[in-house]
Design a protein around this ligand. Structure first.
Ligand SMILES: NC(=O)c1ccc[n+]([C@@H]2O[C@H](COP(=O)([O-])OP(=O)(O)OC[C@H]3O[C@@H](n4cnc5c(N)ncnc54)[C@H](OP(=O)(O)O)[C@@H]3O)[C@@H](O)[C@H]2O)c1
Length: 327
């Protein structure tokens, strides 16, 4: 049983080498000592951090006193896309446990990050060969379905072809590959999902081990508060302090961003590879539910709207296939 202590810290020991639990990486309703279920845990954690944000913690910049060290006595991880909403949180969570080298493309969130355009095959080979990581975490995709539909060629190059460049380069330096995919890759209904699904297939050809992590919509505080990602939009609502309108039609099982770092840490430490792992709580929520639960305590009015999101049916089927509860 996954449990949360009173201070809401997950106890990794209780997750050790337990794949069934990792696959359903969230406490069951009422299962934790704190009495919180997975979703409540997210909301409590987010409310605390959002509170800090509201008091001026946003827009932090990172001034490390030393550049990222590259040592050989510890697992060396390269996070490709370390400035992203997800990548930035992974970078700062994993930094205390491993040697971590981050790359960026247009936004150098930390001065220690190394420039890398993943659509340039030669550059990918060079940077990965220079870093020589044991593990590569590939986070650098464009997660906007709208952007993918508007720029299909760019979307295929960035979200799919570049995955091949990274996988080939990983094989050359004997590195394992961790790919941040999405639940939307299971039965893809749009170009974004299709590129992610094809990338999963590429990742599985990795010679030295792979891990595919499938989050749903991700909630939680990241050092990158500015990218136009679902959680950062909530922070923006908080910052602007005006009422917001959110959709009730698409239901999903939220992913807590910190769980992603914890699953990665547990998998690396316990040598769990060659698997696809869903990271989500068991409860189904809509964008309206999450916005209401996060923003209302700050006095922000959230109004429901039925956007008749067409991804709803697909998601329901995907979840049942994954042995998740139906609505
Ligand atoms: N956020 C979610 O709710 C969610 C849900 C499910 C799955 N995911 C997955 O999580 C991953 C990260 O998503 P996110 O929400 O964190 O996205 P994001 O904040 O929009 O970040 C996109 C990343 O892609 C990088 N990038 C873009 N073009 C590049 C290029 N040519 N070369 C190298 N890097 C490039 C960006 O680097 P620069 O900023 O330096 O340009 C940035 O790090 C994606 O794979 C996405 O599919 C996210």
């Amino acid at each position: 049983m996954v449990e949360y202590k009173g201070n809401f810290k997950i106890t990794i020991n209780e997750l050790r080498i337990n794949i069934p639990i990792l696959l359903r990486f969230a406490p069951r309703r009422g299962g934790g000592k704190s009495g919180l279920d997975g979703y409540s845990f997210i909301i409590r954690g987010v409310a605390q951090l959002a509170s800090a944000f509201a008091w001026g913690a946003k827009g932090c910049s990172f001034k490390s006193s030393h550049p990222d060290k590259i040592m050989d006595d510890k697992t060396k991880i390269s996070i490709i896309g370390a400035s992203s909403y997800v990548g930035a949180r992974l970078y700062f969570d994993l930094k205390s446990k491993f040697i971590v080298v981050g790359t960026y493309s247009s936004n150098q969130l930390s001065k220690n990050f190394i420039y890398l355009d993943i659509t340039n095959k030669k550059e990918v080979e060079k940077v990965i060969n220079d870093i020589r990581p044991n593990v590569i975490i590939h986070v650098a995709n464009n997660a906007s379905a709208k952007w993918c539909d508007t720029y299909p060629e760019k979307a295929v190059l960035l979200n799919q072809t570049a995955t091949q460049y990274i996988a080939d380069s990983a094989n050359k330096v004997n590195a394992k590959l961790i790919y941040i995919s999405t639940m939307g890759a299971v039965k893809p209904s749009n170009l974004y999902g299709k590129t992610k699904s094809k990338s999963e297939k590429i990742i599985k050809t990795s010679k030295y081990g792979y891990l595919i992590l499938r989050p749903s919509l991700i909630l939680g505080y990241s050092p990158n508060t500015t990218n136009d990602r679902p959680f950062n939009r909530l922070l923006k609502n908080l910052d602007e302090g005006v009422s917001a309108v959110y959709d009730t039609s698409w239901k999903f099982q939220p992913t807590y961003i910190r769980h992603m770092s914890e699953v990665i840490t547990a998998c690396i430490n316990n040598k769990i590879f060659n698997r696809s792992i869903v990271i989500a709580v068991t409860e189904m929520k809509s964008r309206y539910d999450t916005a209401r639960d996060i923003l209302t305590p700050f006095g922000i009015k959230v109004t429901p709207v039925d956007a008749k999101d067409s991804t709803f049916e697909v998601f329901k089927d995907d979840l049942s296939e994954l042995n998740y509860p139906r609505l």
